[in-house]
Design a protein around this ligand. Structure first.
Ligand SMILES: [Zn+2]
Length: 105
């Protein structure tokens, strides 16, 4: 079993258990359905939210929270995805896990 110890900055709003139990399965599900890319790209930009929807949890990212923008190919189309900081971390972790679980040919 692959275990990772995660240290995130600014996770006061959500206990790590909730992060593990809610966001990571959601990220896995979206990756498997092609709604989120499998390959992590580093965020292009981060700043205050602009009231747009998060690509993972579908909740608005308000100006009081940090939004990360990632440009990625989704179903062959280059799109700008926006994430909460925690959601972006969950996506990254699931991408790493996905890579790890793939057979090494
Ligand atoms: Zn989110």
């Amino acid at each position: 079993m692959y275990e990772t110890t995660i240290y995130l900055v600014g996770t006061d709003a959500m206990p790590l258990t909730q992060f593990e139990s809610a966001l990571r399965p959601l990220a896995r599900d979206r990756i498997s359905k092609g709604r989120l890319p499998r390959k992590v790209r580093p965020p292009l930009w981060g700043g205050n939210g602009t009231g747009q929807l998060c690509a993972l949890c579908d909740k608005t990212i308000p100006p009081s929270e940090v939004e990360l923008e990632v440009e990625a190919l989704v179903n062959g189309t280059l799109r700008t995805l926006r994430f909460h900081v925690l959601c972006e971390s969950a996506w990254q972790l699931e991408c790493a896990r996905d890579d790890y679980l793939k057979p090494h040919l």
